[in-house]
Design a protein. Sequence first.
Length: 323
Amino acid sequence: MNYIILDLEWNQPIGRGGMITEPVPLNGEIIRIGAVRTNDACELVDSFQICVRPKFYKRINRAVEKVTGLDSAALSFGRPFAAAYQSFLRFCGDDPVFITWGTEDEKVLRANLAVHGMDDSTLPPFYDLQVIFSHRVTHDSRQYGVSAAVEHYGLPLDLKAHDALNDATYTYRIAREMGLARYIPAEYGKVLAEVEEERRIQRELRFYRTYTGIESVEAGIRSKKIITCRCPECKTKLRRTYFVFISERKAIAFAECPEDGEYLVTIKFSQVPNGTFDVTRSFTVPSPQQRAEYREVIDRYIEEMKAKKQAEQSEQEDDPLKI
Ligand SMILES: [Zn+2]
């Protein structure tokens, strides 16, 4: 196996209006590719760097300029993307796997291939060394920068950072300390499964909130802060149905996020010794069964409300004093 430890530098659009969105959003246009190749024993075999001339974002974004030290003039040198990428692939050799620090490089590379109408289905597998580091070395799930990981191993920070080849070299040094073969490919699936499980737990915690000191059930169901629903994923204010009580102390509603889909929102009241209520509000993704069952309950309630309103109106119309 050829381990290709890869780092990309990319330019960003200037302002939101300048962003390429078709066929995919192009958050970054690649301007430098840096990589080192190692053998199975993680010995450095060869290194590679190339300047890529941007086609879309030719003026340097100020934030990128600050980090990389490159200016717009520096971007006008370099090979067109397709040619640069071909020579990078030649460097990779047979049976490569790509190793990056974080997942951004993969996303950016795929988007760049897409905007140049190039196929990304033949890309080798990507492995994120950062997630392995934080789950198998530091065990704290934090997102470490390359330099923090370099410091963790007491390695010298002797190269200028935010240069593609230098960052790839730093990543290689970290990889050498970690021992790539221990984790890639076999252990990687386990690491990702752990990450997914952590996310699931965090998501459930975030989806759950308690309010205390609520005077009564009636006060709770009228409290703006309790019944105003924001998407637990993206915080958008959600459109929702009425809250309908399905038991004395439990009310439900459906709420919909355009991005993240439909939630079943449940509010539960429990009375505490001082007479007030603790209210918990949770967001879950309804099962098809819950959906059908509760939808019916809520629709019936809405019908009843409508009928009641109509009855009140016609009563008012019948009332001679109102005229
Ligand atoms: Zn959302």
